[in-house]
Every structure is written in C-alpha cells, then in structure tokens.
Design a protein. Structure first.
Length: 196
C-alpha cells in the first residue's frame, strides 16, 4: 500500500481532530531534583610511598634449588616407617641377623624374576622363615656414550615395588637395603610376617 500525501483541507481537518483528542497515557512532567550536595568530610590525599631499591630477580631461589632430584630406591626405603620390632630392625640394619634363605636374581629378565621372587617368598613364608635375602645386583654400569641417560638396576627398582603388591604384600612386613656383608646396595632384606 503506497502512502499518498494529504491535501491541504485534509491536513487542516486532521490537526483540528488532533487538538481535541486526549492522549491515552499522560506523561507526568519531570520533577526538578536538587543537585546532590558534596559531603563535608574529605578524605586526606595519601601520597604513595617511594619503592625501596631492588634488583630484578633478587628474591628468586638459587638455580640449584629449583631442580628436583628423584630419590633412589635406598632413600625411599629408609624413609618408610618401621613396621617390625625396632630392636630387631636395628640389629637387621647392622647386619647382626643372618638371613634364613636367599635368592639370586642376577641375570634374570623382569619376566623371569617376578615369578621366581613370588615363588621364593611364598615358599619361605609357608616354611615359617622370618628373614630372607633377595639379591638383585646393582645393575649394569652406564655407557658413557649413551645419548640418553638412564637409571641403573631395573630389578633393584622393581623388587621393592613387587613387595608392596598382592600377594607378597600380605606376607612381607619390612623391606630394607642389606648390610655390606650381605650384599649392600645390591641386595634387600625381606622380613616376613608370622604365618597365622
């Protein structure tokens, strides 16, 4: 629908009608509000304190403190709580207690060593033995020309973990690194629970 322009006589009529009409929604006249007064209290201006002299990076720790060196297996075993009699543990650490049986895992792969260790611990436990010796060795020496450094002694790291897993965890009371006369860092004392 196109819009057409009003003729002058129609425009006069429309203005006459518009003057006589009352609007539907009357808007109230705006009320003049007084301007808000400023509070009498003024906060004092705080002058910023000058910064003390400093060097960039002076609070950072020395470079050597940021490195995380993982603990060795021997250090982790020393940090574990003592679950056996403390006097017997002291004698054990001094090499005064003689192991009742021993197993040598030298030259075995993980697949060979794990079932052999399980068999040995279960058999020793059923025979009523309390202290056995597990010889793992210290591991092969590192190759100085190897581009990727790796930790020595796969069996040395795995044996304590196997002792914490079922079924051995039910029989093993304490694992500790052996005294030098029984193999030192290349062997572990395994103190077994009493058979019930």
């Amino acid at each position: 629908m196109s819009r057409r322009r009003l003729r002058p006589d129609e425009l006069d009529l429309w203005q006459h009608v518009a003057k006589s009409a009352d609007p539907l929604h009357k808007r109230p006249k705006p009320v003049e509000r007084p301007e808000p007064t400023k509070p009498a209290f003024r906060q004092p201006e705080v002058k910023p304190q000058p910064l003390p002299a400093f060097d960039i990076g002076e609070m950072t720790p020395p470079h050597t403190q940021t490195h995380y060196f993982p603990k060795t297996t021997g250090q982790r075993l020393k940090a574990e709580p003592v679950r056996m009699d403390s006097k017997a543990f002291t004698r054990l650490k001094r090499g005064k207690l003689a192991p009742e049986a021993r197993i040598d895992l030298h030259g075995m792969t993980l697949d060979q060593a794990h079932p052999a260790l399980n068999r040995f611990i279960v058999t020793s436990h059923t025979r009523g033995m309390r202290l056995v010796l597990v010889i793992t060795g210290k591991g092969a020496r590192e190759d100085p020309y190897d581009p990727m450094p790796h930790r020595r002694g796969v069996l040395k790291r795995q044996v304590p973990m196997w002792m914490r897993q079922a079924p051995l965890s039910l029989m093993v009371l304490q694992v500790a690194e052996a005294h030098i006369r029984h193999g030192g860092a290349g062997a572990y004392y395994v103190y077994l629970r009493r058979e019930r």
